[in-house]
Design a protein around this ligand. Structure first.
Ligand SMILES: CC(C)(COP(=O)(O)OP(=O)(O)OC[C@H]1O[C@@H](n2cnc3c(N)ncnc32)[C@H](O)[C@@H]1OP(=O)(O)O)[C@@H](O)C(=O)NCCC(=O)NCCS
Length: 159
């Protein structure tokens, strides 16, 4: 398995992966589907990087890292990196792929001079919460938000 920046030949597979995770598993309301599917737009957005995990089975994982003033930023302050849209193909989970993608994001953020990585996860995303805690992220309850009536739990990681 390799972790690499997304390229245009990945866009359709990345859309399918996001559809199979965020849409099919009920994490994204239908009215946000077109935004979720805008893989190409995110690949052109300033201060925004999409990484994918792939092997000979195809695209297995996806994550976005962004920094202010990226339009993808929700939580990050000036010296932060924000991690978004982590998704692993349902048939490739519990193999360490999310851990590898998150580690790659944290390495990039560190090299970019960021002091902190931040992210938010939905309250029912228990697997993700276990993953972030195991990686060393800490909860920041003061930054929790509501999105479309869903509770978003904020986390941070000191780099
Ligand atoms: C959450 C998610 C990204 C985890 O991906 P993954 O590649 O399976 O995670 P890893 O294999 O790197 O797991 C690392 C550790 O996280 C924890 N973990 C991950 N999934 C878990 C689960 N279903 N149940 C319990 N612990 C889990 C475990 O500690 C695991 O280590 P272990 O397998 O040695 O016990 C994946 O389940 C997913 O895409 N879920 C749907 C989308 C989502 O919730 N995204 C997060 C957005 S904030």
């Amino acid at each position: 398995m390799i972790i690499r920046p997304i390229d245009a030949s990945d866009f359709i597979a990345a859309q399918k992966l996001l559809d199979d995770t965020f849409m099919s598993e009920g994490h994204t309301p239908a009215q946000h589907r077109s935004h979720l599917m805008d893989v190409a737009g995110r690949s052109l957005a300033p201060h925004t990087w999409t990484l994918v995990a792939a092997d000979d089975r195809g695209l297995l994982g996806h994550v976005v890292m962004c920094r202010p003033p990226s339009p993808l930023v929700h939580l990050a302050d000036r010296d932060d990196a924000e991690i978004r849209l982590l998704a692993i193909a349902p048939n490739a989970r519990r193999c360490g792929i999310a851990t590898a993608l998150m580690t790659a994001c944290l390495d990039r953020a560190r090299h970019a001079g960021c002091h902190r990585a931040v992210l938010a996860t939905q309250a029912p995303m228990l697997a993700a919460q276990l993953l972030y805690t195991r990686l060393g992220f800490q909860r920041v309850p003061g930054c929790d938000q509501l999105w479309e009536g869903r509770q978003l739990l904020a986390y941070e990681f000191a780099l």
